[in-house]
Design a protein around this ligand. Structure first.
Ligand code: ADP
Length: 333
């Protein structure tokens, strides 16, 4: 970084890393960061394995061709990891030193709220210029309508549940389908509405097995002989397996099955929406660093780019609209 005549620091080289849980669209974001930086005459380093790469000096020079043909690929070419050492200030100090030693004067962090806490520490403690873009399939990051990866994850889940519905209908089975969401029901609610599920159980609202059973009995009276219950993995009554077990004790003659979608939801080629979102936010990360706007997450709300402090983005959560639960139920009667 050098001083310009106006006294403003001029960026020469930035780094980009992916951290925490991977999400489809991370590669599209890396591509946008690398290409936008090169376009603005910056050098770019890719950091391997998230924050661990900052500690191990694991930097790779990125050229325009380094990110060719990755926009359609899930996962992350830079790899991701969880780095417990980063919770300690001395490790973060070492990371800043390593970046300085490698001529890096700005950092783009692609990750979730945990990664933003680490990024925020670099900014708060050492004044190191850092910006983030929200990458998680959970969609629960504060300050953005959607996170990179959510659209792909829900579309993957919807395709899977549509397939399950065929078997449920053909064999008169009540299916409990578990989707991801340890703390948040975004995936569950979106997939429930999109697949016409009969009920949705999410961490944000208490689940009553008794009410669920009463509801299932009333559905059966309407001659519905099969059904889909979407269960977010973090529901307070347990995962799909636990809930199915509890329902079976009260409704022993119902034929039930459990399907846990698991990690298929995390991978796969990103949808158009995720590729576009990742590209816009990745591009804006570079612009923001160049303009000297640091310590922020770049999000998108109401079709506009927004800047949210990393402090807020990492400490608050986006919340579901609870009215969706009853809407989903009303339109599946
Ligand atoms: P995500 O970014 O997907 O939410 P994690 O919560 O696992 O994923 O966080 C990813 C990494 O971010 C952690 O392994 C750690 O290196 C770093 N991190 C998380 N929380 C903090 C924190 N409070 N202080 C410093 N670094 C953190």
């Amino acid at each position: 970084m050098t001083d310009t005549p106006s006294g403003k620091k001029e960026l020469k080289k930035i780094a980009v890393l992916t951290s925490g849980g991977d999400s489809p669209g991370m590669n599209a974001a890396i591509r946008a960061v690398v290409r936008s930086a090169i376009y603005r005459n910056l050098e770019v380093a890719g950091v391997m394995n998230g924050f661990s790469g900052l500690l191990n000096n694991n930097f790779v020079e990125m050229q325009s061709h380094s990110v060719s043909k990755i926009i359609s690929r899930g996962g992350t070419i830079l790899k991701s990891s969880r780095c417990p050492e980063f919770h300690h200030k001395d490790a973060r100090e070492q990371a800043v030193k390593n970046m300085h030693d490698n001529g890096i004067d700005g950092l783009v962090v692609l990750g979730g709220d945990g990664s933003f806490r680490g990024a925020n520490d670099l900014w708060k403690e050492f004044g190191f210029p850092v910006v983030g873009a929200p990458c998680t399939i959970d969609n629960d990051i504060y300050g953005t309508d959607f996170t990179i990866g959510f659209d792909t994850a829900v579309n993957t889940a919807v395709t899977a549940i549509d397939n399950i519905r065929d078997t449920a209908d053909s064999h008169n089975i009540l299916f409990f389908v578990e989707v991801m969401g340890r703390h948040s029901g975004f995936i569950a609610l979106h997939t429930a509405i999109a697949t016409g599920a009969e009920a949705t159980l999410i961490p944000e609202t208490p689940t009553s097995i008794e009410k669920l059973c009463n509801y299932l009995v009333s559905e059966r009276r309407k001659n519905k002989t099969s059904g889909i219950i979407i269960v977010a993995e973090g529901d307070d009554e347990g995962g799909a397996e636990d809930i199915a077990k509890k329902v079976r004790t009260q409704l022993p003659d119902y034929e039930t099955r459990v399907s846990t979608l698991g990690h298929v939801q995390r991978g796969g080629s990103p949808t158009c929406n995720d590729r576009v979102l990742a590209s816009l936010l990745g591009h804006e990360c570079v612009c923001s660093l160049i303009e000297g706007r640091s310590g922020v997450m770049i999000g998108r709300e109401h079709k506009q780019i927004v800047y949210v402090s990393l402090e807020e983005a990492s400490s608050k959560h986006d919340v579901i609209d609870k009215s969706w639960i009853s809407i989903s139920q009303i339109i599946s009667i």
